[in-house]
Design a protein around this ligand. Structure first.
Ligand SMILES: [Zn+2]
Length: 121
């Protein structure tokens, strides 16, 4: 197996990118570091809302929400993988009652994998 630091670096790099992306569309919940909330993009416009503009904003908001959900789920996987590195359990699949290695090419494709190819849902 490749040096664990190789996967750690990949995970940390991806984590940094996701947090950067999240910070553009969301604010971190101060009570839960794994929870991000999408914020409505504002243009500082104080006029009465135009119904068409409101609809656009709603679409933006919904889009921001779904992006936030996807990024948040991915960030959680990455944080779990980083914890596993810390705990020395990284790269192990424990589905099916035995602990065995996750294939290296699978980790290469997704360093946050928690199951081997055989036990992939
Ligand atoms: Zn497995």
């Amino acid at each position: 197996m490749k040096d664990i630091n190789y996967f750690k670096a990949k995970l940390e790099e991806e984590k940094r990118k996701i947090e950067e992306e999240l910070s553009e569309t969301s604010i971190k919940n101060p009570k839960n570091k794994n929870d991000w909330e999408a914020v409505l993009p504002t243009d500082g416009d104080e006029r009465e809302p135009d119904p068409n503009e409101a609809a656009d904003n709603l679409e933006d908001y919904e889009a921001a929400f779904s992006v936030t959900d996807v990024l948040e789920a991915r960030l959680l996987d990455i944080n779990n993988a980083l914890d596993a590195i810390k705990n020395g359990t990284y790269g192990k699949c424990n589905v099916g009652g035995t602990v065995h290695d996750i294939e290296e090419d699978r980790l290469e494709a997704n360093p946050a994998s928690i199951t081997c190819t055989e036990h992939l849902k």
